[in-house]
Design a protein around this ligand. Structure first.
Ligand SMILES: [Zn+2]
Ligand SMILES: [Zn+2]
Ligand SMILES: [Zn+2]
Length: 367
């Protein structure tokens, strides 16, 4: 759908095919889709191929899913099995590591949640969407134009992209990196991360569990501690709240019951947002042959489907699984696995999908 806002100060373009990802994945029933020039086919979640580049404009804040894979990405290094074979053969099936951007077109500000090993491609994809016409030629080619980076935790898929902010690559001064206390200590006291701090390329911004950070007049973000393998840092998820709508992003967590034990409640968090991007690392137990999956106790999607069956339909419809391991059949859109999720009124996150943080007529109609 085309969205145009009179009096916009900043033009934001969606240039689908500038980026080296040949396939865009959209959902016919998405609340909000900025892309135009694509062909929607069928119902439910459908792989779609982008057509010619086109541009749309919006002044409304939105979030954008920059990747949907587990820390290792998809296909995974050294995987020579069937799960990754097609993706090795067809780069269009590649999936970037889970990450989210928050974009405020009015101010030109944009934030990342997590700096992944795919930071390079993800920043480029974000540039393609938020390219500010008339400004590009006057800008330094080496500026990240990131207003800040919020980190979830110190596992490789979530912070190692910070290296790209260093002098070997971008070398901007003082990109704000928002981190919980242990995460901040880890970055400050261990190489190579401390070089980023000491050389002033990143500036650690302390955050605390449950304490809301105001991004601007009508955008906030709130970290929440979740249970996870916390070798080097705590782990947080984030709630992003815009003028009308809010989003939950929890890419990594141990079993939902482990959070219950700590006094958390995934159901309560789902209830207070409009969309919930939740850990869907593995589809089912036994997915990794020869490995004790109790060592990696993510909520299996099958377990989440069972647990969330008790939710009301409109709460279930908020759920979009993300952070897929290469062994998870949904990372390659396996029809049987996708059908199980859709039958429960839930869905999977699509790489580069966007969700508006405001409502308008078009998006209301879609809900
Ligand atoms: Zn992860
Ligand atoms: Zn594989
Ligand atoms: Zn993790």
């Amino acid at each position: 759908m085309r969205r145009s806002v009179a009096g916009s100060r900043t033009r934001y373009r969606v240039l689908n095919t500038l980026y080296h990802v040949h396939m865009m994945f959209l959902h016919k029933c998405s609340y909000f889709v900025l892309f135009i020039g694509v062909v929607l086919t069928g119902c439910g979640q459908t792989q779609l191929r982008a057509s010619e580049p086109d541009a749309v404009q919006t002044t409304e804040p939105f979030v954008m899913v920059l990747g949907v894979a587990q820390d290792a990405g998809y296909p995974q290094a050294a995987c020579r099995r069937d799960c990754c074979a097609a993706a090795w053969a067809d780069p269009g099936l590649k999936r970037l590591v889970s990450s989210m951007a928050i974009v405020d077109p009015q101010s030109g500000k944009r934030w990342l949640i997590d700096a992944t090993p795919d930071f390079r491609e993800q920043l480029h994809a974000l540039d393609a969407v938020t390219h500010q016409s008339g400004h590009a030629t006057s800008r330094s080619i080496s500026k990240s134009d990131l207003t800040g980076v919020f980190l979830t935790h110190a596992h490789i898929g979530h912070y190692t992209g910070l290296t790209q902010l260093g002098r070997e690559v971008i070398g901007d001064p003082k990109t704000p990196v928002f981190a919980m206390p242990r995460m901040a200590d880890f970055l400050t006291n261990n190489g190579p991360w401390n070089l980023l701090v000491e050389a002033g390329h990143i500036e650690i911004m302390p955050i605390a569990d449950g304490q809301t950070i105001r991004l601007n007049d009508d955008l906030t973000i709130t970290p929440m501690l979740v249970p996870h393998r916390d070798e080097f840092s705590e782990t947080v998820g984030y709630r992003i709240e815009g003028p009308d709508r809010s989003v939950l992003f929890i890419p990594d967590i141990d079993k939902w019951s482990a959070w219950d034990t700590l006094g958390g409640s995934i159901e309560a968090e789902i209830a207070r947002v409009d969309v919930a991007y939740l850990d869907g690392t593995f589809f089912a137990s036994g997915e990794i042959p020869g490995r004790d999956m109790s060592e990696i106790p993510h909520p299996f999607i099958e377990e989440s489907l069972d647990r969330f069956a008790a939710l009301r339909v409109n709460d279930r419809a908020k759920i979009r699984f993300i952070h897929f391991n290469h062994t998870n059949p949904v990372v390659r859109d396996d029809p049987e696995a996708m059908q199980k999720i859709q039958a429960m009124g839930m869905r999977t996150a699509r790489q580069f999908e966007m969700f508006a943080l405001t409502t308008d007529q078009g998006t209301r109609d879609a809900r």
